[in-house]
Design a binder for this molecule. Structure first.
Ligand SMILES: [Zn+2]
Length: 340
């Protein structure tokens, strides 16, 4: 495989051929946006339970991601075909080491950025150990990962971005770590979900038309690697430093999911308002910190003061896409739990 990747081709393909899939609606794709608090963990169960795909393994406490992965693997009796660790911060990889140790992972995509944090060191050691057991590692420190495509039956994952170090306009060290984040797009039954990690496209509080950094690069490259998607998991948990208007316009989503917890003021009202301005309906915006009042004294949906300090674990979101391309998005708990 590495021989192949050494060439000038931007694209490479890893194909997994499974049984041909029927078009029955009950055998569609299931996507679980786990409520891990301030962090990311998204689990995809392939049609016919033919495997699990894991996008991030955060955060650093609570083991919500690990438990959800264990459930998904046990329900489908299949291993993890692909694991993507978006960047080096613990809110994306807190559970990654234990998942790599306890489950069979066929492919791992990572930036290859070297961090000095304990959680990253544990993840890195577990990744090296997994590689010695046969996990294929696709690291931006070893090869270009933008353009990579993984095929699992009729589900395609395309990597749109990801670098081992930031080489664009100057950014703070934390924003530079965010800006190299992997960006991936899932396609199934004519539908698509953009999972953009903590990518960066704006300065916090910047002009409404700012279109910069990694998001700016992706918009410029969108003819080659299209961003257009039906659903977006809003980048960087809804930070104002991403979801730039130009990026939203290019993605043109119908549904937005904020995966955030009670920390850092995420998701921000400014990011939410840019999605609304692009035409996304408020009832098509979901958040794993339902009722949280951190970035606003008002709950978005009810305009009622909630004074909620959202806890992790109660606002998981489930996306079902059937073989006809019909999308259903729901909270696992119809009502949010009470919070402090
Ligand atoms: Zn993050």
């Amino acid at each position: 495989m590495r021989e192949f990747l050494r060439g000038p081709a931007v694209y490479f393909f890893v194909c997994f051929l499974f049984f041909s899939l029927s078009s029955s609606a009950e055998n569609g794709l299931a996507v679980d946006i786990v409520d891990v608090g301030a962090g990311s963990c998204t689990i995809v169960t392939l049609p016919h339970k033919n495997g699990i795909l894991l996008f991030d393994a955060g955060n650093w406490r609570g083991k919500h991601c690990y438990s959800a992965v264990k459930r998904a693997v046990s329900n489908s009796n299949a291993n993890i075909k692909l694991m993507v660790v978006y960047h080096s911060d613990a809110d994306h990889l807190g559970d990654a080491a234990s998942i790599l140790k306890d489950f069979e992972v066929s492919n791992l995509v990572r930036t290859g950025f070297i961090s000095s944090s304990k959680s990253w060191e544990k993840f890195d050691a577990a990744a090296m150990e997994a590689e010695s057991r046969g996990t294929l590692i696709f690291s931006a420190a070893r090869q270009q990962i933008a353009g990579a495509q993984f095929l699992f039956g009729d589900v395609a994952i395309r990597i749109l971005y990801g670098k081992s170090k930031w080489d664009g306009a100057p950014l703070s060290s934390s924003e530079a770590r965010n800006a190299i984040s992997v960006v991936a797009k899932l396609e199934y039954a004519g539908r698509s979900i953009l999972i953009p990690g903590d990518t960066v496209g704006r300065d916090i509080g910047g002009a409404s038309d700012q279109c910069a950094y990694a998001e700016g690069e992706m918009v410029l490259n969108a003819k080659k690697l299209p961003l257009a998607s039906d659903i977006i998991i809003a980048p960087h948990h809804g930070s104002d430093s991403s979801s730039s208007s130009c990026f939203i316009e290019e993605v043109s989503p119908q549904y937005v999911i904020f995966q955030a917890g009670h920390k850092h003021g995420h998701p921000t009202i400014r990011a939410k308002d840019r999605y609304l301005a692009s035409g996304v309906k408020l009832h098509n915006i979901f958040r794993t910190d339902r009722g949280d009042s951190e970035s606003s004294p008002f709950d978005w949906e009810s305009d009622v003061k909630s004074f909620c300090n959202d806890k992790a674990g109660d606002d998981a979101i489930h996306i079902a896409i059937n073989a006809n391309g019909e999308i259903a998005i729901n909270y696992n708990n119809p009502e949010p739990s009470s919070c402090s």
